[in-house]
Design a protein around this ligand. Structure first.
Ligand SMILES: [Zn+2]
Length: 188
């Protein structure tokens, strides 16, 4: 499996090499793409923004030098989706779920999954377990119910494990503070 980087920016050979290695690492988790032989990565833009895209009917993806392993995995997962060969639901939501379920290397906040960010912050290991379970739900329950089941589970998990609100402490501090602010302004 090889990775070709296409970039209009000529001065960033080191960044290109680092990104290439990241994509090669990610590709180890995509046996479905092995027979394609190679992946072409188009550099979308400079800067460290985490961004990506996948092109239809090709083995091309677009990344930035700031693309995270999750984003790289997500775009490669789109290439698998596009083949229509692996019984994968066709949505951004599903793409995120399948990406995290595949390997811990891709476990990160899923921008397309509501509740993912909070769940990941509370417990990254649980976060991935939910995604693995969701893939199993899809296989068991079919096209529609699996996603709702995942959404419900994430909402419940967040509700139960919510980090206590710091606002309460803030109020206590405010009350104990001497009221110096009102006195100051009269000197102006
Ligand atoms: Zn996507």
């Amino acid at each position: 499996m090889d990775v070709e980087i296409r970039s209009k920016y000529k001065r960033f050979k080191q960044e290109e090499e680092i990104l290439k290695q990241k994509v090669l690492t990610a590709l180890k988790y995509f046996p479905e793409l092995q027979e394609q032989g190679f992946i072409t990565v188009h550099i979308l833009e400079l800067g460290n923004r985490d961004k990506g895209m996948a092109y239809r009917n090709t083995t091309d993806i677009g990344l930035t030098f700031g693309s995270s392993m999750h984003t790289i995995g997500h775009e490669l997962m789109h290439l698998v989706q596009h083949t229509n060969q692996y019984n994968l639901p066709y949505s951004e939501f599903a793409c995120d779920v399948w990406t995290v379920a595949r390997t811990d290397v891709f476990n990160n906040v899923c921008p397309y999954v509501k509740g993912s960010e909070q769940t990941f912050k509370i417990n990254p290991i649980k976060h991935r377990q939910f995604m693995i379970k969701a893939v199993k739900y899809y296989k068991k329950l079919g096209k529609y119910k699996w996603a709702n089941k995942l959404k419900k589970e994430l909402t419940q998990f967040i509700e139960v494990n919510k980090i206590p609100d710091v606002v309460t402490d803030y109020h206590i501090n405010q009350q104990n503070k001497p009221s110096e602010v009102s006195g100051n302004s009269s000197h102006d």
